[in-house]
Design a protein around this ligand. Structure first.
Ligand SMILES: Cc1cc2nc3c(=O)[nH]c(=O)nc-3n(C[C@H](O)[C@H](O)[C@H](O)COP(=O)(O)OP(=O)(O)OC[C@H]3O[C@@H](n4cnc5c(N)ncnc54)[C@H](O)[C@@H]3O)c2cc1C
Length: 285
């Protein structure tokens, strides 16, 4: 008889048993948690698209939505980059390697990597917003020849808040122009100071009409980034934003993450900007 997990591979309610294979501090208050499936048949079947998220379940505590931050081609584990926000994330951060938890997923829409083919791409990340973009970066660089100019603009409040800094050189070597800026810094910092929009304002764009922008970070940052992109000549149809709201079922049934007429869990979290522009700036939505 096949194990239950394999018999119901697409049951969205089924939490698969996973184990923590690695825990690493990333930036203050943020850690990286690598997970492996207990059932090798589930591991074999599990694939995700860049930008999708999992629901991580800690028995007795709760279930939370966390974007997948690993390379989609990496098969040995799934990474999540997590900020300690409240009960579940804090408890998860304290678990030792080897601990068991539940995972449902992957869920949600993904970055439009197919649409990027033959075009220039600008990725704009603020703080932990780089986490859901990392799988897209890995994918774009794994198929570098398909794309035009690739630029990544990363912003953080301060240098200590920058994620994945040890990977920047490899990304650059693989053909990604990495631009880093921080809001404030001390004398040890030799990079740019200012907002990501300042970098976007000065970025050389060889063909704005054939450039896509993928952005993830605080909503106010994404709002200003899309305004700047439009000013720079990108069309609203070529801008993609990733939105987050409190989420429960992850399959569009409970209504917790309703965003105007859409559900963030199944229609998002990644949206084409022109499809959410009218509701993006509405408070409490
Ligand atoms: C699609 C999606 C992807 C996400 N990806 C990541 C990720 O990669 N890394 C990560 O660290 N977090 C991510 N989050 C946010 C994460 O789900 C919340 O931080 C987490 O649910 C908080 O749970 P908690 O029990 O620790 O905190 P709680 O005690 O539930 O909340 C603590 C505080 O965080 C606020 N909060 C809770 N959930 C959210 C949310 N979804 N958005 C904004 N504020 C929230 C609460 O209102 C409260 O103020 C994602 C959320 C969504 C919807």
């Amino acid at each position: 008889m096949k194990p239950a997990a394999t018999a119901h591979p697409h049951n969205p309610w089924l939490a698969h048993a996973v184990r923590i294979s690695r825990m690493a501090a990333a930036t203050p208050g943020v850690f990286i948690c690598d997970l492996v499936f207990q059932d090798s048949a589930v591991a074999e079947e599990y694939t995700f698209a860049p930008g999708q998220f999992n629901m991580l379940y800690l028995p007795g505590l709760g279930e939370i939505a966390i974007s997948i931050s690993s390379d989609p081609d990496q098969r040995d584990c799934i990474s999540h980059t997590i900020r300690e926000a409240g009960n579940v994330t804090r408890a998860l951060g304290e678990l030792p390697v080897g601990s068991a938890l539940g995972l449902r997923g992957p869920f949600g829409s993904s970055w439009p990597t197919e649409n990027c083919i033959g075009r220039d791409v600008v990725l704009v990340a603020g703080g932990i917003g780089l986490a859901p973009l990392r799988p897209a970066i890995c994918h774009l660089l794994a198929h570098r020849e398909r794309y035009g100019e690739l630029n990544l603009i990363i912003g953080a409040r301060e240098p200590s808040g920058l994620l994945y800094t040890t990977e920047f050189d490899a990304w650059r070597a693989d053909g990604l122009n990495v631009h880093v800026t921080v809001d404030r810094a001390n004398s040890d910092w030799h990079g740019a100071i200012g907002m990501v929009t300042n970098v976007l304002d000065r970025l050389w764009l060889r063909q704005p009409e054939n450039t896509l922008m993928l952005t993830c970070g605080p909503e106010v940052m994404m709002w200003y980034a899309v305004q700047m992109a439009i000013r720079r000549g990108l069309s609203p149809e070529s801008l993609y934003v990733s939105l987050e709201r409190n989420m429960n079922c992850a399959i569009g049934l409970c209504g917790h993450c309703q965003f105007g007429p859409q559900f963030l869990c199944k229609d998002g979290p990644i949206f084409r900007y022109d499809r959410v522009a009218s509701i993006l700036k509405v408070d409490d939505l």
